[in-house]
Design a binder for this molecule. Structure first.
Ligand SMILES: Cc1cc2nc3c(=O)[nH]c(=O)nc-3n(C[C@H](O)[C@H](O)[C@H](O)COP(=O)(O)OP(=O)(O)OC[C@H]3O[C@@H](n4cnc5c(N)ncnc54)[C@H](O)[C@@H]3O)c2cc1C
Ligand code: FES
Length: 284
């Protein structure tokens, strides 16, 4: 797809929100899915870069990204009106259940990227209603908000890297913040907020995205309380569509038998209890 860029703004140091025109396939996107973007018109870098779908609002698709290397640096230099070569939506997203509450969303740093779209989706209309009404995602924003108990916990190093607090609040989620240096919200890691939250009230489902060490902790805490937890994982990607096997990780089935799964096709969202965390973290 070739889509026109509508805006590309730096919203925090080194962090950009890019909005492009909607395309047909993106109307059916699910939270947790990603797009694969060609960052340069030359062959350098050759490979596309994966970015989660951050928000779908009528007629537009947004991504939120941090500049970490050549590809994201090139992206950050693109201007309104430039055309972006983009494939997607790709992968399998978060598997939400309509009647299960409270939903706890845990975002560490840039992990907030796919989780705003998840909250939008949870607060607007559940999957069953969407299927019933055959409603495209880009019309969800015009529907009345649902009253759902969605708790969002956001963590970052410092105050300036706390992203999307206002957007989650406007959706009707309760939001709690932790910063490593205590410059905003509670001092410490977001995993401590999570522990307090599930101690006070058991979560129905947990969805998390962020640094791997954080995800491992959230997975372990959820397992101890027998709470279903889904995590969005990152891996270096080649094709993005399940062919090259460049993104495989070793996982275990619920019966304990392990096997290889593709982050791009079988994920990027996985049941946290199927991830072999030591192996996943040491491979990066
Ligand atoms: C499914 C998926 C969704 C993603 N969504 C987002 C998002 O919404 N916002 C965002 O900012 N980033 C996201 N990422 C990470 C993003 O794809 C990488 O930061 C980007 O590809 C880096 O490209 P680059 O050319 O700028 O950096 P490179 O020059 O390729 O690498 C710079 C540094 O980043 C590390 N890195 C690069 N790619 C990855 C990766 N996939 N996983 C872990 N480390 C990596 C490298 O090891 C290196 O240290 C996502 C990754 C995946 C797999
Ligand atoms: S990136 Fe090619 S199989 Fe996943």
């Amino acid at each position: 797809m070739k889509q026109k860029i509508l805006s590309n703004e730096e919203i925090a140091p080194g962090i950009f929100r890019m909005v492009v025109n909607m395309w047909k396939e993106a109307q059916k996107a699910c939270p947790g899915q990603f797009v694969h973007i060609r960052c340069s018109s030359s062959n350098d870098p050759l490979l596309r870069r994966p970015l989660s779908i951050h928000e779908l609002i009528p007629e537009t698709v947004g991504v939120l990204y941090r500049v970490v290397g050549k590809g994201t640096d090139l992206l950050s230099k693109k201007k309104r009106g430039d055309v972006l070569d983009i494939i997607g939506p790709l992968g399998c997203g978060f598997r939400t259940k309509p009647a299960v509450e409270p939903v706890v969303i845990v975002a560490g740093g840039m992990g907030v990227a796919p989780l705003l779209f998840l909250a939008q989706s949870l607060m607007n209309v559940d999957r069953h209603m969407r299927a019933k009404q055959a409603l495209p995602q880009n019309r969800l924003a015009s529907l009345p908000l649902q009253r759902r108990d969605v708790r969002v916990l956001i963590g970052a190093k410092t105050r300036e890297f706390i992203l999307c607090e206002e957007e989650f609040t406007k959706l009707g989620c309760s939001v709690d913040i932790a910063t490593d240096d205590g410059s905003y919200g509670q001092e410490g890691y977001v995993s401590s907020l999570f522990e307090e939250s599930i101690r006070k009230k058991k979560a129905g489902q947990v969805f998390a995205c962020g640094p791997n060490a954080m995800l491992r902790e959230i997975a372990a805490m959820s397992a101890r309380r027998a709470v279903e937890c889904h995590v969005s994982l990152e891996s270096r990607m080649g094709c993005g569509v399940g062919v090259c096997l460049g993104c495989v990780i070793k996982t275990k089935g619920k019966d304990g038998i392990s096997g290889y799964r593709r982050v791009c096709r079988d994920g990027p969202v996985f049941d946290a209890q199927t991830v072999l965390w030591d192996e996943f973290i040491s491979r990066l």
